[in-house]
Design a protein around this ligand. Structure first.
Ligand code: AMP
Ligand code: GLY
Length: 435
């Protein structure tokens, strides 16, 4: 089999690492890839912003399965173009991907299908939006409709903050056309949880639980990032909440989107708030999370390729999935200044300590190979160091011990990944191992 992965971050390195282990894969391509990915896959420089060009490559090379990492190519119709050529793609069509690419669509969809979420209103001009805020009272959550690289959600505690968010989004257009419309919704309270499931458009296979850390600094301080670390399992999504999420949220979402003419084949992420009234949807993503994938896939014991291939073909009925019982923790090593501006080109040392190791996995994100074969930084998030353990505490310790052996000028990472979860388990005395 020939497989193509689209993307070049830590998530795609984890995907390529797992796909490479499959006995049914003969050739693996990844575009654009990064320095780590290029050690295990061919990295052709495809214009990923041009779905037609990628689809042509797929047809020309006879690629059997294309796996799309990021949301942008999905929003641009990459899956549609590949399906048109009769090829398999893991990732939804642009119509189904609207669950992520338009917050207005997602909210109206949840209303149509009776899926629990925050109450909301949609606005296409600033004055009525502001009057609504004044009438409703604070706090409220203001969301740009379109893709905004994870920055389009603002929680307003005061009228001034709400006015500022509305102005920046709708008048100054800091998120471009994504801010033409906004959703203003009720601010939910509770603990957040992530839920990932693979679907063929009908059947659903839930993945192991996990959690990521969005803020750049310890104790959830500083600006939001793509994600500074992750761990799995995340025990706070208990059996009852998982059953509720499957029956009342994921099931109706998959059925609903198919009924509307857009069967969903790929991985669906649901961001949940566990409120006193039960779990409610904060958002959908139409792809694997980054860095959640860097703890989920290492825990997958069975072959990933039959699972992705069956979802892409629309028949998950005969696929069996097995998980490792160990816990996994991923610590993201980032460039100084990220998520703001940062320098690139710093030499990375210590990677050789982990070559060929199966207990510590160093996934590359923003890296490139320098002229002398050395690995240099080339992005904000540079590496994700994943370690296993019999429990989260052991996995966490191993991940930090590994991170200490890797260096580059200005390296920054959080020191508290998984610490709160370990503390929570300790005080509740619910030490748990397993998926
Ligand atoms: P999103 O980009 O939609 O995932 O939102 C980013 C973050 O904003 C979420 O992870 C939550 O922490 C927060 N958030 C989004 N919607 C709400 C809401 N209705 N109430 C409270 N927090 C929210
Ligand atoms: N880690 C969050 C995301 O992938 O969007």
């Amino acid at each position: 089999m020939k497989v193509l992965v689209i993307g070049g971050g830590g998530r795609e390195h984890a995907l390529c690492w797992k796909i490479r282990q499959s006995r049914i894969v003969e050739e693996l391509f990844c575009s654009p890839g990064n320095a780590g990915i290029s050690e295990i896959a061919d990295c052709p420089p495809l214009a990923s912003s041009d779905p037609q060009a990628v689809a042509e490559f797929v047809a020309r090379q006879g690629i059997d399965l294309t796996v799309v990492g990021p949301e942008l190519p999905l929003s641009q119709g990459l899956a549609d173009r590949i399906v048109e050529r009769g090829k398999s793609v893991f990732g939804p069509t642009s119509g189904a991907a609207r669950l992520e690419t338009s917050k207005v669509f997602a909210k109206e969809f949840m209303t149509r299908h009776n899926i629990p979420s925050a109450t909301y209103e949609v606005f296409d001009s600033p004055d009525p939006a502001l009057s609504y805020v004044e009438r409703k009272g604070l706090p409220l959550v203001i969301k740009a409709d379109g893709l905004a690289a994870g920055k389009g959600v603002m929680i307003a505690q005061t009228i001034d903050e709400a006015r500022d968010a509305i102005q920046r989004t709708m008048v100054h257009r800091v998120f471009g056309a994504a801010g033409r419309r906004i959703v203003i919704e009720e601010c939910l309270r509770g603990r957040e949880a992530s839920f990932f499931a693979i679907t063929d458009g009908q059947r659903v296979i839930p993945l192991v639980t996990c959690q990521d850390y969005k803020r750049v600094d310890d104790a959830d301080q500083g600006p939001n990032t793509g994600g500074m670390g992750s761990f799995s399992p995340a025990m706070h999504l208990d059996r009852e909440a998982t059953a509720f999420a499957l029956e009342r949220i994921v099931g109706p979402t998959i059925k609903g989107i198919a009924k509307e003419g857009h069967p969903y084949r790929g991985v669906l992420y649901v961001g949940l708030m566990l409120t006193d009234d039960g779990p409610k949807v904060l958002e959908y993503n139409c792809r694997f999370g980054d860095p959640e994938t860097q703890v989920i896939l290492p825990r997958l014991a069975s072959d990933l390729v039959p699972l992705l291939g069956a979802a892409a073909r629309g028949d998950l009925s005969s696929v069996r999935v097995e998980w490792r019982r160990e816990a996994a923790v991923c610590v993201v090593m980032a460039s100084q200044g990220y998520p703001g501006s940062y320098q690139k080109g710093k030499k990375i040392t210590g990677l050789e300590n982990f070559a060929g190791r199966s207990d510590i996995l160093v996934f590359h994100a923003g890296t490139r190979t320098g002229p002398g074969g050395e690995i240099r930084t080339a992005g904000g998030r540079v590496l994700g160091v994943t370690a296993f353990g019999m429990n989260l505490a052991e996995a966490r310790q191993a991940a930090y011990e590994a991170a200490k052996q890797i260096g580059f000028a200005g390296v920054h990472y959080r020191n508290d990944i998984a610490a709160d979860a370990i503390e929570c388990q300790r005080t509740k005395k619910t030490e748990h191992v397993g998926p």
